[in-house]
Design a protein. Structure first.
Length: 193
């Protein structure tokens, strides 16, 4: 006999954007759940859910490029990724404390444990993942052309423009100013078509 569970939280891997959130919400509604709270990386279903419906949801999410997480390490890693993504991409301000303290406090685990689990599974450090996300945010801000490099460095808690430029070049192979010029040229070329 299949089991029924009264309300539950499920964790979803690769759910990192508003678009993903909308797609998941649509699938949840198609399954007949009217009382569900969809957040980045998690869905709280406040009704009874059967194993059968959970399996259907798992299959539908796979077709969308998303994945239900089952084991505790995978869930923790997804929580770390979501906390970093939220911190870098959606927060108005970066945390004032260092990232290790922020993550440890937010996830209620010792940072050394978080770091070890993350590195063990991903093959790179939390710090590297934070840097990659910050560089993506720098690219986005450069393209919007609303902030200069000094303002971007301040907004993302870089110690200096030089430090930001060094990390940007290390990750992308380009200086921030060259990257911005390259994107502007490409945009102008596309407009000529």
């Amino acid at each position: 006999m299949p089991s029924l569970r009264e309300g539950m939280r499920i964790y979803i891997k690769y759910m990192v954007s508003l678009r993903c959130k909308m797609m998941v919400k649509e699938e949840i509604e198609k399954l007949g759940f009217s009382h569900a709270l969809v957040q980045l990386g998690t869905v709280d279903i406040l009704e009874v859910i059967s194993d059968e419906k959970l399996d259907i949801l798992r299959q539908r999410l796979l077709h969308l490029g998303l994945e239900l997480l089952d084991d505790k390490k995978s869930i923790l890693i997804e929580k770390i990724r979501n906390a970093i993504t939220e911190m870098v991409h959606t927060a108005d301000e970066q945390p004032k404390e260092n990232y290790s303290e922020y993550l440890s406090e937010k996830l209620e685990y010792d940072y050394t444990y978080l770091s070890n689990v993350f590195s063990e599974v991903n093959g790179y450090t939390i710090q590297h993942f934070i840097i990659l996300n910050k560089i993506e945010k720098v690219k986005e801000l450069l393209l919007y052309n609303e902030l200069n490099l000094t303002e971007i460095a301040y907004k993302l808690n870089y110690s200096s423009v030089g430090h930001l430029s060094y990390q940007f070049k290390k990750i992308t192979g380009l200086a921030p100013s060259f990257y911005k010029q390259l994107k502007l040229k490409r945009k102008m070329n596309l407009e000529d078509l």
